[in-house]
Design a protein around this ligand. Structure first.
Ligand code: DHB
Ligand code: FE
Length: 276
């Protein structure tokens, strides 16, 4: 179909989406019964949200995240069979092009936090090791900020790594125990959360992206099991299967075997990939 008046091609999918959105928006407005001032406040909120957006700050994605829309879109697009590792939210702090680190590297460059050893394994649904998987890892430092939020304050590349699984599907690295941290709450989305009586905190986690040829890419987290925000993550990213097991190891001989000198936490996540 061609729009006769302006001569552009009509896009059927856009029309379908607009029809559905308008139908539900009208229903919402009828149910809300807003005053003119409330309607204006909504316009102002959306305007402020747009004004907050820069190259490194996407306030609309933040809005989508805190409304549970990002997790919903992911769930619709990634229905995984039982054994396969589930996805969760990507978030705005992934950095592309981080150089490879050798297995065993310490990604904590600022020396803050409780030492954690991550001994990870990548396998397929049948339990065979996946060799050569490329795994991106990132987390906040012990003050709750990503390196990109504190350029000049934190060493560049602090708490980021990229690893490759070996013939047994394994790789390991040293880091620090992740802690809970607030999503950026100094903009309109933060104000909205406050008005709703919601806190901006994310449950403590380490981000992982696991990619291997022939397999569906997994974008996920490992959550710390003792975090008080597991049941109330600000962006609804927690899934039961993604809560890790963190063991406290006191044995000096085991610390020594990882190049550590004192007690440390040990996590051994297993990532299971589905063929694409
Ligand atoms: C993350 C941070 C956010 O601000 C967000 O909206 C979603 C996820 C994160 O880094 O985990
Ligand atoms: Fe995060």
């Amino acid at each position: 179909i061609v729009n006769a008046r302006i001569g552009t091609e009509v896009d059927p999918r856009t029309r379908q989406i607009a029809e559905i959105v308008v139908k539900h928006l009208h229903a919402a407005v009828k149910e809300i019964g807003p005053t003119h001032e409330e309607w204006l406040a909504a316009i102002r909120f959306l305007t402020d949200t747009g004004h907050m957006c820069t190259d490194w700050r996407q306030e609309f994605i933040l809005l989508s995240d805190v409304l549970g829309i990002s997790m919903l879109v992911d769930a619709i697009n990634h229905r995984r069979p039982g054994a396969a590792t589930e996805n969760t939210i990507l978030g705005p702090f992934f950095v592309e092009g981080v150089p490879f680190s050798p297995s065993g590297a310490n990604i904590c460059l600022d020396g803050k936090g409780e030492p954690l050893v991550v001994q990870a394994e990548v396998a397929d649904i049948e339990g065979n090791p996946v060799e050569g998987a490329v795994v991106d890892v990132w987390q906040t430092n012990d003050d709750g900020f990503y390196d990109v939020q504190q350029k000049g304050l934190q060493p560049d590349g602090n708490l980021r790594g990229k690893f490759q699984s070996d013939a047994q599907g394994r790789f390991w690295f040293r880091t620090v125990k992740p802690r809970d941290y607030p999503i950026p709450d100094d903009g309109p989305v933060g104000k909205l959360l406050a008005k709703l009586g919601r806190h901006p905190n994310r449950a403590a986690h380490i981000h992982f992206i696991i990619q291997a040829p022939g397999y569906e890419t997994v974008i996920t987290h490992v959550f710390a099991p003792d975090c008080p925000y597991l049941a109330e993550d600000a962006v609804f990213g927690v899934k039961e299967s993604l809560i890790g097991r963190f063991d406290k190891v006191e044995d000096p001989a085991r610390a020594d075997s990882f190049g550590l000198s004192g007690p440390f936490w040990l996590a051994a996540p297993r990532f299971v990939l589905q063929r694409s």
